[in-house]
Design a binder for this molecule. Structure first.
Ligand code: NAD
Length: 475
């Protein structure tokens, strides 16, 4: 079992508030403990990061940072199966999804290992007698607050670029699932990152999380989570005049035109809503379908939804449980309310027996786009189907939500695909495909209330660094 401690300044230390239990959502059983921390632990971690940034880590050349990240990647690939099994039990992920996530966390370290010494500035033509160039400078101490839905992936996605760029980091994972992250830090410790360059502080959001955003000595904060907490974090950071990257929720549309290849589209549409039991920011949770295809698409989906296997994560079903009792009751009440307001349950898979927090994949019809269930992030395996009559209406429906994270357009008409791509307000748009969360190499982030700043890809490095312009007057 992993340590129920924080990792601060290269050492494992107890949390100031003791420990908290971690629950396996497939069985409602306690499977471990983590440290419960408050501002004392966070302040110690930030101070360690500051010392590392001003000391050894700050002096480590880019290619050496890259080598360390590469060693970390190798270590994580070697331990991928172990990490996947912990993540599966802790977050309720079907084993094969957890295995994919364990590969991806290693891929993030691998990708940014290669990028560490390729991040450079520009020379800028200026007046005669001057040489001007820019450098990309690390912010210094970066804070990272992440959610429970993809603990391993989120850690790689946020930490690896920050470290590649030379920042010293403090990570606060979510209290609902982070056992695999604790194990990951044990592995990073073996890799030999200088003391203070990577710090882990676990615990509750209103204790450890709030303490991190309030700390006046962090230079930058990357927050991934709900819009509600994102707002709180941004307000706190505003008081310290420090920048944030916010990766928030989504209500992403899949838009199926009358000329779409349904054999290709339907399995992808199903996967995009059941992946991680729908608890994915980029879940394809709204299906906009041309009215001429509506009945055919619904019939195809009903058949597929009814065949989905729901069960405990270790049996590697199609979908596992919802993360917690609290989230399960939120999903249940949103669907119940929708039905009360006239929505029709078109399909619902079978719920397994047992104590797990299972919610069966549910297809909802007879929904108006203004309805709560079509506007709010359900964060469960619930797909709403809304028909449209032409391209203009499809675009209007696609954009008429507060979020703008991901979208997909299914059509064989290239002109239409380009017009839709141009009109859709979302950070990622797929044509004839959909990848909820995938693509280490692909810049990712939101428009509108889905947040701002970008993670993933080379572009993430521009969001964990700031520009210094050097103007030399040499006459
Ligand atoms: P959450 O906002 O409740 O918690 C996220 C993190 O914030 C956790 O670590 C939590 O402990 C911490 N936190 C809670 N209260 C805090 C406070 N007052 N101050 C500082 N930190 C605090 O979100 P969640 O329920 O863990 O995750 C689900 C949400 O995350 C969904 O809305 C989902 O769409 C979003 N998400 C977005 C992305 C993306 O890339 N856009 C990715 C994954 C999840």
């Amino acid at each position: 079992m992993s340590k129920a401690q924080n990792y601060i300044n290269g050492k494992w230390v107890d949390g100031s508030l003791g420990t908290m239990d971690m629950i396996n959502p497939s069985h409602d059983t306690v499977i471990g403990q983590i440290a419960r921390s408050d501002d004392r632990d966070v302040d110690a971690a930030v101070a360690a990061a500051r010392a590392a940034f001003e000391g050894v880590w700050g002096q480590t050349p880019a290619f050496e940072r890259g080598r360390l990240l590469q060693k970390a990647a190798q270590k994580l690939f070697e331990h991928a199966e172990e990490l996947a099994r912990i993540e599966s039990a802790d977050a309720g992920k079907p084993l094969s999804q957890a295995r994919a996530d364990a590969q991806l966390v290693a891929r993030y370290f691998e990708f940014y290992a290669g990028a560490a010494d390729k991040l450079h500035g520009e020379t800028i033509p200026y007046q005669n007698g001057f040489t001007v160039y820019t450098t990309r400078e690390p912010y210094g101490v970066t804070g990272h607050i992440i959610p429970w839905n993809y603990p391993l992936q989120m850690t790689g996605r946020t930490l690896a670029p920050a470290l590649a760029a030379g920042n010293a980091t403090v990570l606060k994972p979510a209290e609902d699932a982070c056992l695999a992250i604790v194990r990951l830090f044990e592995l990073l410790d073996e890799v030999g990152f200088p003391a203070g360059s990577i710090n882990l502080v676990t615990g509750r959001g209103d204790e450890a999380g709030a303490a991190l955003s309030k700390n006046r000595d962090i230079d930058h904060l990357a927050f991934t989570g709900s819009p509600e907490v994102g707002t709180l974090v941004m307000e706190t950071m505003a008081k310290n005049l420090r920048p944030v990257v916010l990766e928030l929720g989504g209500k992403s549309p899949q838009i199926v035109f009358e000329d779409a290849d349904l054999d290709a589209a339907l399995p992808v549409i199903v996967k995009a809503i059941i992946q991680n039991a729908g608890q994915t920011c980029s879940a394809g949770s709204r299906l906009l379908v041309h009215e001429s295809l509506h009945d055919r698409v619904v019939a195809g989906l009903v058949e597929r939804f009814n065949a989905i296997k729901v069960g405990p994560a270790e049996t590697d079903p199609d979908i596992g449980p919802i993360i917690s009792k609290k989230q399960l009751s939120r999903v249940t009440s949103l669907v119940d309310m929708a039905v009360k307001n006239g929505a029709e349950i078109l399909a619902q898979a079978a719920r397994p027996d047992g104590e797990g927090y299972f919610y069966p994949p549910t297809l909802l019809g007879a929904i108006d786009n203004n309805h709560d269930v079509a506007q709010k992030e359900v964060f469960g395996p619930v797909l709403v189907v809304i028909p449209f009559s032409d391209e203009a209406e499809a675009l209007h429906l696609a954009n008429n939500v507060p979020y703008g994270l991901v979208a997909a357009v299914w059509t064989r008409d290239n002109g239409r695909a380009h017009r839709m791509v141009k009109g859709i307000r979302a950070g990622q748009v797929f044509v004839n495909g959909y990848g909820a969360g995938g693509g280490v190499e692909l810049p990712f982030g939101g428009m509108k209330q889905s947040g701002f700043g970008r993670e993933k890809g080379f572009e993430a490095l521009h969001h964990v660094t700031t520009t210094k312009t050097v103007i030399i007057n040499h006459g």
